[in-house]
Design a protein around this ligand. Structure first.
Ligand code: NAD
Length: 551
């Protein structure tokens, strides 16, 4: 089949093809994940993150669509690594879909074993929101990236990035958020991307300001913007493993250095000496040789980042396993710099905060404007949040179904969900809203080199927490729940869970939303309180959460 036969776009409007809005929501969100405006390689069912897919193959996709259309409100569809494997009788409060992606038992959770099974057609890589049908384009990571750079601005640069230069690489589905997040914080940015099409896509959709013709031009533009304290982002086409060492050699004064290439999967990181057109064929034909070369290049890349660390720059890992892969490639100092969660975001997790998001199933952007105003009515006193909503409304282009991301915590998410449900019930919104989140959340991940890096009680690798999170959301009435392995950091390195719940304006949806949107972030507070964080213990006390053995 050709790619044109698979030009997927979620239906808009208030007419359903599925039996209920719960199943229509899952259907539209699956289709939205594969909308060419949203997905990086929709013809291969790849949504983002190198190989993160929405369904195992096109037959599985068609079968999921058929099942969602006929599924009743007392049935649950089981999806195993992107394949619909069964429909079981359940009940109205049960999730309509249960999803498990890319899970292999401990000793077998390796890329080699995954690829063997993938080739046999037995598995797919689900990343996080790709295989759980709640990806909303680059916006989905934008606020997290914005919050990360805002935290750096607060901790180190007097509250703004004006007058600073950030150097990073990777302008893919997630990495493409970097230039806009940096300029929204007032900074200058120099981004390295090896694939010119990816860079042009970010320019086209307004996340990036300029693609330079060569390195000299890029450096001049970025450094000038820094000195003029001007917010400006410029991309240069090249290999980060060559350009980062060159920038260091030239003495380009970077204040912040990070990376968002697809380093979690060595076959998705371009080694030095390989061209973009050669890449897919070479990686498929000689995966072991390609992996060794990619790791060697990553070691050179990280060695330059460590050089910037020694020169006094703020250097951090952005959750893509670059440090682990570089270490395998021989870089002994790869872990000299920290991951972004322990460095900047853990205090938010202790308050149950994380990447909450919602999508207007109607497809009407006016619905998001209305929900933005509703959020400001609820939380307008929070200056930081109000600034984000205002900036997002002005500067963030929608990709696919209109959506908004807004980091909210325990006691906030449920209020937002109930208000949106009321707006649907009253007819102010004539089609339902779906409410979900990234897996990169306070209570839903075990990932020792990312979300749970350097936990106070050394419980980094304990993976009971994301399993409990998925079970809690299933027990609380979420519309679909997923458990994945690998995600943004790669095979064997994380376990994580997701949930999505539909606000269709009914009293039952209100009861489900209240429970899910309280219990889901509560698991994050409990996880961090249990690990000994006083901020999480205080939040648990303030919110009346019962934690039997936590003092
Ligand atoms: P993607 O595959 O869409 O984009 C990666 C980009 O890196 C591509 O455009 C590719 O051309 C480029 N690239 C690869 N090798 C390069 C090299 N040597 N030099 C320059 N450019 C190179 O992936 P994505 O969705 O943008 O995700 C990026 C990484 O972030 C992944 O590893 C993903 O797992 C991880 N991730 C991070 C978070 C987070 O919160 N920070 C969340 C999810 C995923």
């Amino acid at each position: 089949m050709t790619s044109t036969e698979h030009h997927i776009r979620a239906p808009r409007g208030t007419t359903r093809t599925a039996r209920s809005w719960s199943t229509e929501a899952a259907l539209r969100m699956l289709q939205n994940n594969l909308d060419p405006e949203v997905a990086e390689r929709p013809e291969d069912l790849v949504v983002y993150g190198g190989t993160g897919k929405a369904a195992r193959n096109w037959d599985c996709y068609q079968a999921i669509v058929r099942e969602l259309i006929s599924l009743r409100d007392d049935e649950t569809l089981l999806v195993q690594s992107g394949k619909p494997v069964g429909v079981l009788p359940t009940h109205e409060w049960a999730p309509r879909v249960l999803i498990a992606n890319s899970n292999l038992t401990g000793q077998w959770a390796t890329w080699d074993e995954f690829r063997r099974l993938d080739e046999l057609g037995l598995m797919m890589y689900g990343q996080m929101t790709a295989g759980s049908w709640i990806y909303i384009g680059t916006q989905g990571i934008l606020q997290g990236t914005y919050e990360t750079f805002a935290a750096i601005a607060d901790q180190r640069f007097g509250g703004t990035l004006a007058g600073t230069l950030t150097v990073s690489a990777g302008l893919g589905g997630m990495g493409g958020a970097q230039p806009l997040a940096i300029t929204l914080n007032g900074g200058a940015a120099l981004l390295v991307e090896c694939d010119p099409d990816r860079a042009r896509r970010r320019l086209h959709n307004g996340y990036l300001d300029e693609v330079a013709d060569d390195l000299d031009t890029a450096v001049r533009a970025a450094v000038t913007a820094k000195h003029q304290r001007r917010a400006h982002s410029v991309a240069v086409i090249g290999n980060a493993a060559e350009i980062l060492p060159e920038l260091l050699r030239r003495g380009v004064e970077a204040d912040i250095v990070t990376d968002q290439t697809s380093a979690h999967d060595p076959l998705s990181y371009l080694p030095i000496g390989v061209t973009v057109p050669e890449w897919p064929h070479y990686a498929a034909e000689k995966p072991e040789e390609f992996t060794a070369r990619a790791r060697e290049s990553m070691a050179a890349h990280v060695t330059a980042m460590v050089g910037y660390l020694d020169a006094g720059a703020e250097v951090f890992d952005y959750g893509n396993s670059l440090r682990s892969e570089a270490q395998l490639g021989g870089c002994e100092r790869a872990f000299d710099y920290p991951g972004f969660i322990p460095a900047y975001l853990r205090p938010l997790f202790c308050q149950g905060k994380g990447p909450f998001r919602w999508v207007a199933l109607s497809g009407d952007p006016a619905y998001i404007a209305r929900t933005d105003r509703a959020i400001l009515r609820l939380f307008g006193d929070d200056d930081h949040l109000a600034r984000w909503i205002e900036l997002a409304g002005r500067k963030v282009p929608f990709q696919g179904l209109p959506a908004r991301i807004c980091w909210l915590g325990h006691g906030e998410r449920d209020r937002a969900g109930l208000l949106f449900n009321d707006m649907v019930a009253s007819g102010e919104l004539q089609a339902p809203i779906v409410l979900g989140r990234d897996h990169l959340d306070c209570g839903s991940v075990a990932s020792p080199h990312r979300e749970t890096e350097d936990m106070a009680d050394t419980s980094d690798a304990v993976a009971d927490w994301p399993l409990l999170n998925a079970l809690v959301n299933t027990a609380s009435g979420a519309t679909w729940v997923s458990v994945h392995q690998g995600g943004g950091v790669g095979m064997g390195r994380s376990l994580h869970a997701g949930q999505v719940t539909v606000a269709d304006g009914t009293p039952m949806a209100a009861r489900k939303l209240q429970r899910v949107l309280s219990n889901d972030p509560a698991t994050g507070i409990i996880r961090h309180a249990d690990a000994g964080y006083s901020r999480a213990r205080d939040t648990a006390t303030e919110h009346g959460l019962r934690t039997p053995l936590v003092p």
